[in-house]
Design a protein around this ligand. Structure first.
Ligand code: ADP
Length: 659
C-alpha cells in the first residue's frame, strides 16, 4: 500500500506554521513536550494493563532518546516509548487536528499579538502555552512517527514536513509503542537553535524539564567501558568503539542506554531538597499551564488513612473555567501508578481551579475510575484536601495579602460557589473579598464588621454591573450621607451569591435597594420613620395619582428615607428578587413572573414640591406624564433600560414644550 496524503485541520495548520516560523528562544521545550506525551502514553498502557495484564507482559516501561548524525548536518533525534501507541485512526485524529482546548485560546492570543505587530509577544506565547506534539517543528524540518497500538499487530508511519499535509503508510514495529524521529534543522547560533542530536544537550534538557517523570528516560550515551561484562547490551555492542578513545591509556568509550532522570516523585521527596524550579516543572507537566503557579501547598496525612498531596494554585485563569464540560481534578496515584489523570472526586467544584497530585497507598489499584466517588478513602481525602486548602488560603490572606488578592481576582468567582456547600461555607465565607464604599481595594466580611458604626446591625451591599454604576446609584445616598459602609458586588455571580449568603457571623446581609432603610440609632430610626409616615399620609392623594398610570410596573409609590439628592428610585421588598436577579434567571431560561417594584420619591427634593403644585388640579394627563418621567428616570439612574421609551420621550417632549 502506498502512502496516503491527508490535510491538517485548519487550526493545526496555523499552529504548525507558527512553529516553523517561530523565533521562540526557548526551543528546547519541544523535548519536554514529547517526553511528556510519551509518559502519558506509558500511563495509559499501564492503566489498561491493570485490567488486562497481557497488554503489558511484564515489559519494563520507559522512554528512550537518541541523537545521531553529529558533524556535517543531517542530524536526527529519535524519541521512542513503549506506551499505549496509536492506531491509524488515532494518528489521524491526534496528530492531524488539535486535541487540546487551550490551543484555541493560544491561537486567539497569537492573532491579537500579530494584529498589534508584536512578534516578540507571539514567541513568548509559544513558551507560555506549550503546544504539544507540534512543537517538534520548532527544531525539525521533517517529523516521522511510527506507532503500534497496544493490543494490535499493525503499525503505521505518519510523516510530515509541517507544510499543511501529512502522509500515512503501513509500517512495522517490533513492540507496542511510538517512535518519533525528528529530522533536525541545522543548528544555528544566531537563532539560538542548538544541536539536539548532541548527547550533552539532550542530557541537560532532559534533566531540566523531565527529571520527575515517573518512568525512566534513557539517553543513548557514551561512557567509559566498564571493566567487567558488557552492560551496554546488544545494541551498544554494535556501535561500541565508534567513539573509542584513541589516546593511549585513555579509557575506551562505549555507548549504552543511560537513565538520565531521577524519577523521584517530588511529593515523596524531602521538602528541603526540592527546588522551586522542580515544583514548577511538575506543575507545568500536570496542568499544561506554562506560567508558574501562584502558590503551592504540600501536606501529608498519616495515622489511619494515609496520603500525600501537592497542590498548586495557578497564576492565571484558564479560559474554560466556566465551561460546563470543563474537566477538573487532581492526579490520583496509588503507589506510583497513575489511577486517574483528573480525579474530580478529590475536589469540590468550587476548588476546580486547583491542580496537583494526591498519592495514597490505601487506594486500591483495581478501583474502577467510575467507582472512585463511592470509595471511602477518596471521600476522606477530599475532605482533607478541602480543609487544608481553606486553611492555607486563610493563612495566605493573613500573611501575604497581595498574593491572596491576585488569587482572588482569578478565582474568587469560583470560590464564591462554596456558599452552597453547607459543610465548608462558613469557613469559605471568611475568605471572600469585596469592593466597598469605605476604601480602595478589597475588604473581607470580618474587616467590614470591625468597621461597622455603632448601632449598625446589618452588613449592607449594593449590586450592579460595575463599581462605577453602583456608585452612581441613588440607593446609596442615605448610606453615603450617614457614612455607612456598603459592599459593592459587581460580578454576575454576586446576585446569586447574596441569595445564599444570607448572613455572616449573625449579621444579616441587606441590599441597599430592598425593603426600608434603617440606619442610625434606634431612636433616630423611630423618629425618621414617624416623620416619613406623617408626610406619606399628607401626600397620599398625590402618590395614588402617580401610581395609577404606572400600575403595570409599580405596586406602590411611597416616600423614601434613602434618598438625599436624587428625586426618585425603585426598590423591592426585603425578600423579593432584585431586578438583576430576575434578568439573570430569565437569561438562564427560567420563567419568572414579572415582579412589580416600589417607586420611592424623595420628599426633601425640590421636584417633590413642584409635583405637589403641578398635580394639585385634576389634570390626569399631566399626572401620567410626570409618573412616566419619574419612573423612567429611576430606571436610568440604576442602570436599567427604560421599559417604555416611547412613553418616556413623549412625556419628556411634552414637558419641554411646556404642555
Ligand atoms: P496533548 O498532549 O496536549 O493532548 P499533543 O498535540 O501533544 O497534545 O498530542 C495530541 C495527542 O496525541 C495526545 O493527546 C495523545 O493522545 C497522542 N499522542 C501524542 N504523543 C503520543 C505518544 N508518544 N504515544 C501515544 N499517543 C501520543
Amino acid at each position: 500500500m502506498s502512502a496516503e496524503t491527508f490535510s491538517f485541520k485548519s487550526e493545526a495548520r496555523q499552529l504548525l506554521n507558527l512553529m516553523i516560523h517561530s523565533l521562540y528562544s526557548t526551543k528546547d521545550i519541544f523535548l519536554r513536550e514529547l517526553i511528556s506525551n510519551a509518559s502519558d502514553a506509558l500511563d495509559k498502557r499501564r492503566f489498561e494493563a491493570l485490567t488486562d495484564p497481557a497488554l503489558l507482559n511484564g515489559e519494563p516501561l520507559r522512554v528512550r532518546v537518541r541523537g545521531a548524525g553529529e558533524g556535517e548536518y543531517g542530524g536526527t533525534l529519535v524519541i521512542s516509548d513503549n506506551g499505549v501507541g496509536m492506531s491509524r485512526e488515532e494518528l489521524i485524529q491526534n496528530l492531524g487536528t488539535i486535541a487540546h482546548s487551550g490551543t484555541k485560546e493560544f491561537l486567539a492570543k497569537v492573532k491579537e499579538s500579530k494584529e498589534r505587530g508584536e512578534q516578540r509577544e507571539v514567541d513568548s506565547l509559544i513558551g507560555q502555552f506549550g503546544v504539544g506534539f507540534y512543537s517538534s517543528f520548532i527544531v525539525a524540518h521533517t517529523v516521522e512517527v511510527v506507532s503500534r497500538r497496544a493490543g494490535s499487530a499493525e503499525a503505521w508511519l505518519w510523516r510530515s514536513q509541517g507544510d499543511g499535509e501529512f502522509t500515512l503508510e503501513p509500517a512495522s514495529r517490533d513492540e507496542v509503542g511510538t517512535t518519533i524521529t525528528l529530522h533536525l534543522r541545522a543548528p544555528n547560533e544566531e537563532d539560538g537553535l542548538e544541536d539536539f542530536s548532541k548527547e550533552w544537550t539532550l542530557r541537560a534538557t532532559i534533566k531540566r524539564y523531565s527529571d520527575f517523570v515517573q518512568y525512566p528516560v534513557e539517553l543513548w550515551a557514551s561512557a567509559s567501558k566498564p571493566v567487567m561484562g558488557d552492560e551496554a547490551g546488544d545494541e551498544a555492542g554494535d556501535e561500541a568503539g565508534d567513539e573509542a578513545g584513541d589516546a593511549k591509556g585513555a579509557p575506551e568509550r562505549v555507548w549504552l542506554w543511560e537513565q538520565v532522570n531521577s524519577m523521584k516523585a517530588i511529593w515523596a521527596r524531602d521538602p528541603a531538597e526540592v527546588t522551586d524550579a522542580e515544583y514548577n516543572e511538575l506543575y507545568k507537566h500536570i496542568s499544561k499551564d506554562w506560567t508558574p503557579p501562584a502558590d503551592r501547598l504540600r501536606f501529608k496525612v498519616e495515622g489511619g488513612m494515609e496520603f500525600t498531596a501537592l497542590l498548586f494554585v495557578p497564576s492565571r485563569r484558564p479560559h474554560d473555567l466556566f465551561y460546563r464540560e470543563q474537566k477538573f481534578g487532581l492526579q490520583l496515584y496509588a503507589n506510583r501508578v497513575l489511577i486517574k489523570e483528573s480525579a474530580e472526586e478529590l475536589l469540590p467544584p468550587w476548588l476546580r481551579f486547583m491542580k496537583g497530585v494526591v498519592e495514597s497507598p490505601d487506594i486500591s489499584l483495581n478501583v474502577s475510575r467510575e467507582m472512585l466517588q463511592q470509595d471511602r478513602h477518596v471521600r476522606v481525602i477530599k475532605k482533607q484536601v478541602i480543609s487544608k486548602t481553606l486553611k492555607h488560603l486563610s493563612e495566605t490572606l493573613k500573611e501575604r495579602r497581595d498574593a491572596y488578592v491576585d488569587i482572588w481576582k482569578n478565582f474568587g468567582e469560583v470560590l464564591k460557589e462554596s456558599s452552597v456547600d453547607y459543610e465548608s461555607a462558613d469557613k469559605a465565607k471568611a475568605l471572600f473579598l469585596f469592593k466597598s464604599s469605605a476604601q480602595e481595594g478589597f475588604t473581607t466580611l470580618d474587616e467590614y464588621i470591625e468597621r461597622m458604626k455603632e448601632g449598625q446591625e446589618h452588613i449592607y451591599y449594593a449590586t450592579g454591573e460595575s463599581v462605577a454604576a453602583i456608585e452612581r446609584s441613588p440607593h446609596l445616598e442615605a448610606f453615603k450621607d450617614k457614612g455607612v459602609e456598603v459592599l459593592y458586588l459587581d460580578q454576575p455571580i454576586d446576585e446569586w451569591l447574596v441569595g445564599n449568603l444570607m448572613n455572616y457571623n449573625d449579621k444579616e446581609l441587606r441590599s441597599v435597594s430592598k425593603g426600608a432603610v434603617d440606619l442610625g440609632t434606634e431612636e433616630e430610626r423611630k423618629k425618621a420613620e414617624e416623620e416619613r409616615e406623617e408626610a406619606q399620609k399628607d401626600a397620599a392623594d398625590l402618590l395614588e395619582r402617580l401610581k395609577a398610570p404606572l400600575s403595570e410596573h409599580v405596586k406602590e409609590v411611597r416616600l423614601s428615607s434613602r434618598l438625599t439628592s436624587s428625586p426618585a428610585c425603585l426598590v423591592v421588598d426585603e425578600h423579593a428578587a432584585s431586578p438583576q436577579m430576575q434578568r439573570l434567571m430569565e437569561q438562564m431560561g427560567d420563567k419568572v413572573p414579572k415582579q412589580k417594584r416600589i417607586l420611592e420619591l424623595n420628599p426633601k427634593h425640590a421636584l417633590f414640591e413642584r409635583l405637589k403644585g403641578a398635580l394639585g388640579g385634576e389634570d390626569a394627563e399631566s399626572a401620567g406624564r410626570y409618573a412616566q418621567l419619574l419612573y423612567g428616570q429611576a430606571l436610568i439612574a440604576e442602570g436599567s433600560p427604560v421599559s417604555d421609551p416611547a412613553a418616556f420621550t413623549e412625556a419628556l417632549t411634552a414637558l419641554m414644550v411646556g404642555r
